[in-house]
Design a protein around this ligand. Sequence first.
Ligand code: MG
Length: 472
Amino acid sequence: MSVNPLKPSFGTAGIRGIANRDLTPQLALQVGLCMAGYLGSGKRVVVGRDTRVSSEMIATAVISGLLSGGCNVEDIGVVTTPALSFAIKMLKADGGVMVTASHNPPEWNGIKLWNRDGAIFTRNQDREIEELMRKGVDYYVSWNSIGSFRRVEGIPDMYVRAILNRIDVDAVRSRSYRVVLDCGGGATCFSSPKLLRGLNCRLTTLGCEPDGFFRMRKPEPRPENLSKLMETVKSTSSDLGIAHDGDGDRTSFIDENGNYVQGDKILALICLNYLRNKPGSVIVTTVITSSVVFDVAEKIGVKVVLTPVGESCVVEKMKETGAEIGGEENIGLIVRDWVWSREGIYAATLVLDIMAREKRPLSQLLSELPNYEQAKLSVKCDGNIYPLIKHDVIRIVGEMLPRDYDNIITIDGIKVYYGRNWILVRPSGTEPLFRVFVEAEDKTTLEKLKRVALDTTMGAIQELSEKVDNRL
Ligand code: MG
């Protein structure tokens, strides 16, 4: 395989690329070495990885880089991303590295860097590491200062025990829920089945053996990848279906009727149940999140603060505002007094906790929330022109959208509200395309807004592309 000379750079979630093409052991070693240079010799760093075929290779290279830069490494093996965050705090380490490509296809891998409080590096911190890598500074320490290496066993079990300590275990156990669990062969295989059995769930398992090729299903828990799970929930008359992504920081839910549940609704349900008696508290979420979260917040007297897309943006804003709960529309739940990481397994535990306390099936709990129709689309753009026009496209879309809007938000792309209905257009950080999101209270309005959003975005791309063509 030929190596891509254009090294991948840090995006919204660390470095990502295809193993041995974009993301090589050499590059991983460089990241480890520069992390050591950034933290300083003698610091302690926890390293975890997911189940991908290339993860051991990449993690070993990162570890070599850290050791050669004088950091002491604690290798916690295959863990979920939230368990890495948990381990950094528990082991009182100075930082962490997670080797994972989350929900990307099996040939991909990635490296994410973590702070001592268990929060992912901010975009500015990622930029600093990138700058160190670009400068090619030599952080190698002398032979007698090379870091020490230690394997730490049992983190997934400690993590499961810590979660069980946070909820009313007896209430959930007494219900002995029938649950279908789909780990998709990812890192959750080592913790999620144990946790659910600890909650006395009668478990049907799919993909709960680690599989770095993700042969059972694709690692992204989108509805089109979960048909087997939906069928199994129905055929086993289960109470709940749970599907984790590859590194366990996101989870999708299937209700007892076999229906996929929108992630926003789970976020709203969790906020409703855990912030109901805490008026004045804050929820932080991204611009993509549904109005259902605002509806719930209004009902219980809680404030919603929006951020650009990306886990580090949500975490930073949570710290700034003192928010109790943060999250993304795809159920990247973050709970302030647990870990500063998006959580898939803890989210699943909270859903079971709510079902047990309310003694009602999931579909019934969700039926009390307002319903919104949603569309998630994309508009492609010529890859050569895209970087030249992406910001101007957003500006022109803002000028061309109907002016009778009630609110406009420009922190990430452009989001325009018409009452509770809205359009969001944002440039993708990874591909030459614009993501178009539309939400409306009914199907007719959704179709109307979809047409407006697509026409406006395509019109702006065409107008600017012609200008660029004339200049070239
Ligand atoms: Mg993930």
